[in-house]
Write a protein that binds this ligand. Structure first.
Ligand SMILES: Cc1cc2nc3c(=O)[nH]c(=O)nc-3n(C[C@H](O)[C@H](O)[C@H](O)COP(=O)(O)O)c2cc1C
Length: 174
């Protein structure tokens, strides 16, 4: 069994490629972050999402500033975080831009509803958190958006979609 496989450049300082090689080992829940109003919606697939506090209930999401959803979230001051179920890999690929669709076209053919914030919420997600944007921190290429969770829903019987070593995984059964 190999415990240590250091990227070549690790001892001489960390370049972006070596960093990505390390982070590929952090298995993550796959989410779709969505915002905007019908006709002007935007969304992306994201794993850089974490719970921040439970009182108040807040969540953070790290989003590339060049992403189509970035400025729409800042304008609308609302977004949803939809944690995907294992049967939603095609949605993850679509919102990662793999089919070439952008903007509102990414939302076509899927069920969306509104809860409290006005942001589009994906029907059938493993869990959805409906958020009001309450703070924002910029760091180089990304912004950290902090959302206060106003509402949410979940699908009790579903399993999560995970991302690990550059591929999608199903957790399987215990
Ligand atoms: C599994 C996975 C996780 C991702 N996580 C993030 C993330 O946390 N933040 C981010 O800004 N982009 C993330 N991306 C990249 C965006 O989904 C992708 O760049 C998307 O096309 C951005 O939307 P745009 O085409 O409107 O720019 C991820 C992509 C994949 C496949």
């Amino acid at each position: 069994m190999t415990f240590v496989e250091k990227p070549a450049a690790a001892s001489a300082g960390m370049d972006a490629e070596s960093y990505r090689a390390l982070m590929r080992h952090q298995a993550g829940a796959v989410t779709v972050i969505a915002t905007g109003e019908p006709g002007a919606r935007a969304g992306l697939t994201a794993t850089a999402v974490a719970s921040l506090s439970d009182n108040p209930p807040t969540i953070l999401a790290c989003i590339q500033r060049k992403s189509g959803a970035h400025d729409r979230i800042a304008q609308m001051k609302a977004f949803s975080v939809n944690v995907l179920a294992s049967d939603q890999q095609a949605i993850a690929e679509r919102f990662a831009g793999r089919g070439g669709s952008r903007g509102d076209a990414r939302f076509a053919g899927l069920g969306w509803l509104n809860l409290t914030s006005g942001a589009p919420v994906l029907e059938g997600a493993l869990a959805s958190l409906d958020c009001e944007l309450i703070d924002r921190h910029e760091f180089t290429t990304h912004s950290i958006f902090i959302g206060r969770v106003l509402d949410g829903r979940f699908r009790a019987e579903a399993r999560p979609l995970l991302y690990f070593r550059g591929d999608f995984w199903d957790l399987g059964r215990r």
